[in-house]
Design a protein around this ligand. Structure first.
Ligand SMILES: Nc1nc2c(ncn2[C@@H]2O[C@H](COP(=O)(O)OP(=O)(O)OP(=O)(O)O)[C@@H](O)[C@H]2O)c(=O)[nH]1
Ligand SMILES: [Mg+2]
Length: 300
């Protein structure tokens, strides 16, 4: 199983390691600030978040009367940490049937992340069932059922091209009749139009909410870490249409753009619940901000 530290190797090597390089010794000069800002932006932290970080660091340096770049390194770790909530609550699954809706653009890593999450919850003793709510893309149902078999979790599926609402409806009935306690719903990443996609998400939510008290209890948006800042603007479409409760950041291992995590926290104001750290079913970890900071900047 790959952890967060390993999965950030590309990000660390591409950019963040250099930050440690420029903060390796000597006095803080105007150039240190410029280089730091440029590297943060290059590392896909996002302009807004990069400027915010530099501003906070400048303030701290002024207040504490510091002048050495080594101090800046310590402060950088601290200020990055401050972008994240102190603690992330556990998933809200304390229900007779907890329903988790998974959304995200096509190819972001939804189906894989569902399987990984299902396996994780199963190991925790939960009775998990999956619903193949992506009826649009021909191979999607098949893919989910293959993953279901791999992780040993049943999958409720409908007809390709059928109504995803009907699949979700059936899945809820089956889950209840079989005494399952967790339903995870896969959804389409693409329909004919973006508008249709958003309407479908709303419809699925509506069906769940009518059949399961307070459901869906979690709506996780899967983002592809390799898309960096672009992924972030896509995320905003979903956030405008559906009530998202958290982020799953897939493919952190394949990305040199792990810096985007900082702007997810600073701009979307949503907790990152899990990260995908590889292609295997075990390559999945709860987000841990200390491991993340070490992964970005190296061990202290
Ligand atoms: N390296 C790596 N690859 C991943 C990870 N998660 C998913 N992938 C790969 O990303 C590709 C897309 O993943 P899917 O789970 O099919 O994505 P999806 O969002 O369900 O895609 P659609 O059903 O087309 O909308 C696959 O090749 C996965 O193996 C990860 O954490 N690390
Ligand atoms: Mg899929």
């Amino acid at each position: 199983m790959k952890g967060i530290f390993d999965s950030l190797r590309k990000t660390r090597n591409a950019v963040f390691g250099q930050i440690i390089g420029i903060l390796g010794g000597g006095e803080i000069t105007a150039e240190s600030w410029e280089e730091l800002e440029a590297l943060l932006i290059q590392g896909d932290v996002g302009v807004h978040t990069a400027l915010l970080l530099v501003e906070r660091l400048r303030e701290a340096v002024r207040e504490e009367g510091l002048y050495q770049t080594a101090d800046l390194q310590r402060l950088l770790r601290k200020e990055i940490g401050a972008l994240f909530p102190e603690q992330t609550d556990p998933l809200n699954l304390d229900w007779p049937l907890a329903v988790i809706l998974i959304v995200g653009v096509n190819g972001s890593g939804k189906t894989t992340s569902i399987a990984k999450l299902a396996l994780r919850l199963k190991k925790q003793g939960r009775k998990v069932i999956l619903a193949a709510g992506d009826t649009f893309r021909a191979a999607a149902i098949e893919q989910l059922s293959i993953w279901g078999e791999r992780v040993g979790v049943p999958v409720v599926q409908g007809e390709p091209g059928g109504d995803p609402g009907a699949v979700v409806y059936d899945a809820i009935q089956i889950a209840k009749s079989r005494g399952m306690d967790t339903l995870i719903i896969d959804t389409a990443g693409r329909l004919h139009t973006q508008h249709n996609l958003m309407e479908e998400m709303k419809k699925i939510r509506h069906i769940v909410s009518k059949r399961v008290a307070w459901g869906p209890h979690e709506t996780l948006l899967v983002l592809d870490a390799t898309t960096g800042q672009n992924g972030l603007s896509q995320a905003k479409h979903f956030l405008a249409a559906v009530d998202v409760s958290g982020i799953v950041l897939a493919k952190l291992d394949g990305s040199a753009k792990g810096g985007m995590v900082l702007s997810i926290s600073a701009q979307l104001e949503l907790p990152i619940r899990f990260v995908g750290t590889g292609e295997r079913k075990e390559d999945f970890a709860p987000f841990d901000k200390d491991a993340f900071i070490q992964g970005l900047l190296g061990e202290e």
